[in-house]
Design a protein around this ligand. Structure first.
Ligand SMILES: [Zn+2]
Length: 226
């Protein structure tokens, strides 16, 4: 199987992601970017803005004002997601934010919010084993390859509702789902809908976490893999 490589970063600002990591280390509350952070690092939102403001004014983390709830609601609304969500999701076709990956080969059509290898869980000391796409809850997840759903369920843990698809020598894992469409044992064709995205497990905003493993080794899903 082959995935076309494309420019990951339009929305993602590595400088800002670094700054966010620094702020979390200092103890500032970054909401969706916090210790559970599997959200949209490297993107400016109200939480980040509030923390940056407080830090620049020399306000200690414990005294830092919370982000303005109106701003959070407005930000979420502008992205076309639930205005009351504390997480920050981004609509796949929202203008100006994010890249639109080519539909072919990818499980969802939405902006990459955290690339493979990027450390999202500050303080936990592990790498990010997959690629995150910021997409609204209920977005269809398409099988990237022909294969068999080897496992599907709800781990009630980090992964939340998950589907594992084996095909072409690659194991694909999809986490934080809201609904399983293709149950364990289902044979699927590339392009079949296997699940709907969600915000389950250790997730602080609606998104899809997609991992690819070859011989037990996690590899970057967005790289060409043969
Ligand atoms: Zn992830």
């Amino acid at each position: 199987m082959r995935f076309k490589e494309f420019n990951l970063r339009e929305a993602y600002d590595p400088q800002l992601a670094k700054k966010q990591e620094e702020l979390v280390k200092l103890g500032y509350d970054l909401g969706p970017y916090g210790p559970k952070g599997d959200g949209v690092d490297g993107i400016m939102g109200p939480y980040t803005q509030a923390a940056i403001d407080a830090h620049s004014k020399g306000i200690k983390p414990e005294d830092a004002p919370k982000p303005n709830p109106t701003a959070v609601t407005a930000f979420n609304k502008a992205q076309g997601i639930n205005p009351n969500s504390t997480g920050i999701g981004i609509k796949p076709d929202s203008k100006g934010i994010g890249i639109k990956p080519p539909a072919s080969g990818l499980p969802v059509d939405g902006p990459v919010s955290s690339p493979f290898g990027y450390r999202t869980s500050v303080g936990k000391g592990h790498s990010h084993l997959g690629t995150d796409f910021a997409v609204p809850v209920g977005t269809k997840v398409f099988a990237p390859v022909d294969g068999v759903v080897s496992r599907a369920g709800d781990k009630n843990g980090a992964e939340g509702v998950y589907v594992v698809l084996d095909g072409d020598g690659v194991t694909h894992k999809f986490f934080h789902l809201s609904k399983i469409i293709a149950d364990q044992g289902t044979k699927v064709k590339k392009g079949d809908v296997i699940a709907l995205t969600g915000n389950t497990g250790y997730s602080t905003g609606p998104h899809l976490h997609w991992e690819t493993h070859i011989a037990g080794q996690a590899v970057d899903p967005m790289k060409n893999i043969a």
